[in-house]
Design a protein around this ligand. Structure first.
Ligand SMILES: [Zn+2]
Ligand SMILES: [Zn+2]
Length: 273
């Protein structure tokens, strides 16, 4: 059974209004005993989208830490509350991102690629800008470039997640189609002791989509010698906590995993699935 959700957001993230205590309460109600908040930090987010700007995804880290510590203590008999971060990678931010991680003693660091050439796949304009093939290739190339430049993270966030925003009707994504680029990423992670965030965010909406990475990529990671996976709902509200974790467990087992990981002070611990 999965009793740890290692990807969660609260009001400290620019795209969530959730109260931290509500997220904790929901986690306890769902039988979790260990969670880690991973608020968004994306320095220099492009200002070209309505309602978002340069500082939309920055965090008052001092406030955030204080709130985690307050609830860690309050709920210590019921659940462990971790202090993590989801840091957005861009090639020219390596120095800034590295300094930020070094300055703050996080329990756990997810490195995510939320932008492709400074454009956000969440928006339709991204998909209008080029062919899907080119956009996916560019995304995988930039993920590889970023993880080979920026080293201070534990797991790569939601690999292949942009496929969930592809225009309706495009279901042409598969591991096979992008295997050369995906393998490069997976091999790099394995050789550098990094893991994968196995992300169930899609299990909340009405569209039927695979988790990220998709099962074929997760299998391939295992086949290549990958060991470390963390399980995360990427919840931005209390209802989404631990979304689809039974299915996530089944998929992970089918892909050959028998364990998942949690992190404290950046040190991984294995748990039976
Ligand atoms: Zn993310
Ligand atoms: Zn997230």
């Amino acid at each position: 059974m999965i009793t740890a959700d290692y990807h969660m957001h609260t009001h400290h993230s620019g795209d969530s209004t959730a109260a931290m205590e509500d997220m904790i309460q929901s986690s306890i109600d769902r039988g979790l005993t260990d969670i880690c908040f991973t608020e968004h930090v994306d320095f220099d987010y492009p200002e070209c989208y309505e309602g978002v700007g340069k500082d939309t995804f920055t965090v008052d880290t001092h406030d955030y830490r204080n709130e985690v510590m307050k609830y860690r203590d309050k709920y210590k008999e019921k659940i462990h509350v971790g202090f993590g971060i989801e840091i957005g990678m861009q090639e020219y931010l390596v120095k800034e991102n590295s300094a930020y991680i070094k300055e703050n003693n996080f329990d756990f660091v997810i490195a995510s690629q939320h932008l492709v050439s400074r454009a956000d796949p969440y928006y339709k304009s991204f998909w209008d800008s080029d062919s899907i093939e080119n956009l996916y290739n560019r995304y995988f190339d930039q993920v590889y470039d970023n993880i080979s430049l920026f080293d201070d993270f534990d797991v790569l966030g939601h690999l292949d997640y942009l496929t969930r925003y592809a225009p309706e009707g495009d279901n042409t994504y598969s591991y096979e189609r992008f295997s050369y680029r995906i393998d490069k990423i997976l091999i790099y992670l394995i050789e550098h002791g990094k893991g994968l965030d196995f992300n169930s965010k899609v299990f909340v909406g009405d569209r039927v989509l695979p988790p990220n990475p998709c099962p074929q990529v997760l299998s391939r990671y295992k086949e290549l010698g990958g060991r470390i996976i963390t399980i995360g709902s990427d919840a931005h509200n209390p209802k989404a906590v631990a979304a689809g974790f039974d299915r996530m467990r089944d998929i992970a087992l089918e892909c050959g995993f028998s364990e998942y990981y949690t992190f404290k002070n950046r040190i991984p611990t294995a748990h039976s699935l």
